[in-house]
Design a protein around this ligand. Structure first.
Ligand code: GDP
Ligand code: IMO
Ligand code: MG
Length: 419
């Protein structure tokens, strides 16, 4: 049985959690393949709202959940999430964490914060959860992994060696307080005692499930334009967010994936710094923010809002091999008499392109070319009003990819299936 990837097609917060929750109904296992508690996936079930950061969104449907090798895991965030979910009646007994997953340590968080402060106006605007420093240590081969929690002696030793160096950085380079070894080692040993119950050979688990004909969802964190290689570097996250990495991040072959569902908002948002060609100027910025409730799940920052950018979305379709799209939050546009959609970029030399610029300076200086579509100015309740349907058809036609789902509200049921 093949696996399906659900990938963010913009700068994150596209509504992946809600789409995963929907597709999980008909699946057996849901895996995260990259990222960590920088993610915030929201699922609204009746009166209840779940904001999940570390555990796959499938946990709300009681599915088997896997945190894959390509993820980074903050044990404190993970265990708090476990406690919160359990206290709300959601079992976490079927959550499994790869032993290859890297642990976010307190020095990663401290270094992320100190480095952003030091950068000042040049900061990336990270979520300050230690993501970049943790992936950097992984690449430098000095990280501490989830499997290290299985042996208290090894864990203590690794913490001791790492901390000796990290404290030099914290004190001498950034001028902040060093971390205290004994307190930190004891705290991590107490996390380790609980985390041990979740460690599993998740690559084998997923492979066997696929062999047995079970359906697997691979849930992306962040979004395509935040991809470390292909995103708007350096204003990106530190992992590969694109669909191809789902295979690596979980530990299965790429030929196991046969469906890639891209998730895109009917407009665009971005948290953090970095270029954003279709960012709305004037009062409509605030209107979209308010109507869309565009406040970050993890950091509480207001999200920057822009009109739909088909140049960037075409790039996401290409990079991920998107086979169908879920277009979320179409209801938010119901308030507008006209809706601009960016169909091309005008570059510095005056030329126009509908392909995403390969050179970052071209992207930084491009101007959006808009086509203005009619709004529908009525709530989307039963089915799509004609002008809303025309908006969806326009996007589909421009991208050459079918839009299979349209989001019409935050609640679980507010989705229209089109194909
Ligand atoms: P994720 O990180 O991609 O899972 O997205 P977030 O959960 O961070 O942000 C998406 C926000 O939009 C959440 O508050 C969702 O509850 C909400 N949402 C998702 N789909 C829709 C939709 O179709 N309409 C509306 N109005 N809200 C939606
Ligand atoms: P979900 O999964 C939106 C952004 C941060 C910052 C950049 C780098 O909820 O879509 P990092 O802490 O990863 O080093 O920050 O990436 N960012 C996200 N933006 N949604 C996310 O996750 C994000 N995770 C990271 O704002 O610009
Ligand atoms: Mg989010």
């Amino acid at each position: 049985m093949p696996a399906t990837v659900i990938v963010g097609a913009q700068w994150g917060d596209e509504g992946k959690g809600k789409i995963v929750d929907l597709l999980a109904l008909d699946s057996d296992i849901v895996c995260r393949y990259q990222g960590g508690p920088n993610a915030g996936h929201t699922i609204v079930v009746g009166e209840e709202t779940f904001k999940i950061r570390q555990i796959p969104s499938g946990v709300i449907r009681g599915k088997t959940c896997v945190i894959g090798a390509g993820c980074v895991l903050d044990p404190e965030v993970f265990l708090n999430e476990v406690d919160e979910l359990e206290s709300r009646g959601q079992s976490t007994a079927d959550v499994h964490v790869s032993g290859e997953t890297h642990l976010i340590m307190p020095w990663h968080v401290a270094l992320d914060q100190a480095s952003e402060r030091r950068l000042g106006k040049l900061q990336i605007g990270t979520t300050r959860r230690g993501i970049g420093p943790c992936y950097a240590d992984k690449a430098a081969r000095i990280g501490i992994r989830v499997q290290d929690v299985l042996d208290p002696k090894i864990l203590r030793q690794k913490i001791e060696v790492a901390l000796a160096e990290k404290n030099v950085w914290l004190e001498r380079v950034y001028g902040v307080d060093p971390l205290e070894l004994d307190e930190l080692a004891e705290r991590y040993e107490s996390y380790a005692r609980r985390l041990r119950n979740y460690v599993a050979d998740t690559s084998l688990l997923v492979d066997r499930a696929l062999h047995d004909g079970r359906k697997v969802l691979l849930e992306g964190g962040q979004g395509t334009l935040l991809d470390l290689d292909h995103g708007t570097y350096p204003f990106v996250t530190s992992s590969s967010t694109v669909a191809a990495n789902a295979a690596t991040g979980v530990g299965i072959g790429p030929n196991r994936i046969d469906r890639v569902v891209g998730v895109a908002k009917a407009y665009v948002t971005r948290v953090g710094e970095g270029p954003f060609p279709t960012e709305i100027e004037g009062p409509d910025q605030r209107r979209v923010q308010e109507l869309g409730g565009e406040v970050g799940t993890v950091t509480g920052r207001t999200r920057r809002c822009g009109w739909l950018d088909l140049v960037a979305l075409r790039y996401a379709v290409r990079l991920n091999g998107i086979t169908s799209l879920a277009l979320t939050k179409l209801d938010v546009l119901s308030a507008f008499a006209e809706v601009p959609v960016c169909v091309a970029y005008r570059l510095r030399d005056g030329s126009e392109t509908n392909e995403f610029p390969a050179h970052q300076s071209d992207f930084h200086h491009c101007r959006p070319v808009y086509e203005t579509l009619s709004g529908w100015q009525e709530p989307i309740t039963d089915g799509l009003p004609d002008a809303a349907r025309a908006y969806v058809d326009f996007v589909e036609h421009q991208l050459g990819v079918e839009i299979s789902l349209v989001g019409t509200g935050a609640e679980r049921e507010r989705v229209v299936a089109l194909h």
